[in-house]
Design a protein around this ligand. Sequence first.
Ligand code: ATP
Ligand code: MG
Length: 334
Amino acid sequence: MEQERKTIYSAIQPTGIITIGNYIGAINNWVKFLDDFNSIFAIADLHSLTVRQNPTEYRQRGLSFFAQLIASGLDPEKCILYFQSHVPAHAELTWLLNCYTYVGEMQRMTQFKDKSAKNEDNINMGLLDYPVLMAADILLYQSHYVPIGIDQQQHMEITRDIAIRFNNLYGDTFTVPEGYYPKVGAKIFSLQDPTAKMSKSDPDPNGSISIIEEPDSIARKIRRAVTDSETEVRYDVENKPGVSNLLVILSVMSRQSLESVIDKYTGYSYKELKEAVAESIIEHFAPIRAEYARLMKDKAYLLETAKEGASKAAYLASKTLRKVKRKMGLVELK
Ligand code: ATP
Ligand code: MG
């Protein structure tokens, strides 16, 4: 039945810390679908070179992220888990797809505009080209679904446009993928500014929480989370974004529906809600934190697993790349 299974693909950049936002918006869904799909997940370590990285820290963080993904439940026996930079086909397909993508399309991307504003002294070609590399990631594996947060929706649309454009020119080459967004938690907001997305690379450490954070620090950050001048809990995204964000986090962390969490906590004080939220996060991540600590002691296992992942991914990627080159008329060596 292997052939009938659909493929899911997603990736995460090794920047900053893996936040509860990344977990709720993306990783939690990767784990949920593991058993029913051909699942492929990457550390997008070429994507984050669009922003300056310290090489020593970057190398360590890459491996740490890899361990955090395994600890979160991405069993390497059940999925292909690898580093993007270990599979050269990503960079190669990016070049080919660049020739089918318009500069104007890239300049219109919200993330390009945001990240350009934040890195005014380093608006490099990679930053502009980020969505094409993402399209290459996804299309190389003939992916059907891409479980991501809503912030990546625009890039997902461009990926579909590029796939359709190519298919129209050369005949069926790429599976046209669809984004898959969680019903609850597709966008988790910063604890310090509940109108802004929680981000891994946010320089304010109080805005986000890592999935391997110390319990005391989790409790402190939730206590300090920005709410509003009222006192009673009510779910109201527009007028009470901070409180509503906490209710969403509580729902996913405690594995209860948002409706039941709203029912239960409406009318409670902010202090009571915050205590429940902190406890749910601490409890949810306790086993992940412990498993992460165990894995980090076994670097040889992590590297071996990454090598196996890269070799499985490279095999699949090379099939698509060959097909693309053939369609474009590049000379093939037998
Ligand atoms: P950076 O600030 O470096 O871009 P990031 O937090 O946006 O970091 P990415 O590596 O760009 O993280 O994205 C990894 C995944 O997490 C993507 O699927 C993205 O849609 C998802 N994601 C990121 N932030 C959130 C959020 N606040 N809520 C829900 N999902 C999110
Ligand atoms: Mg991002």
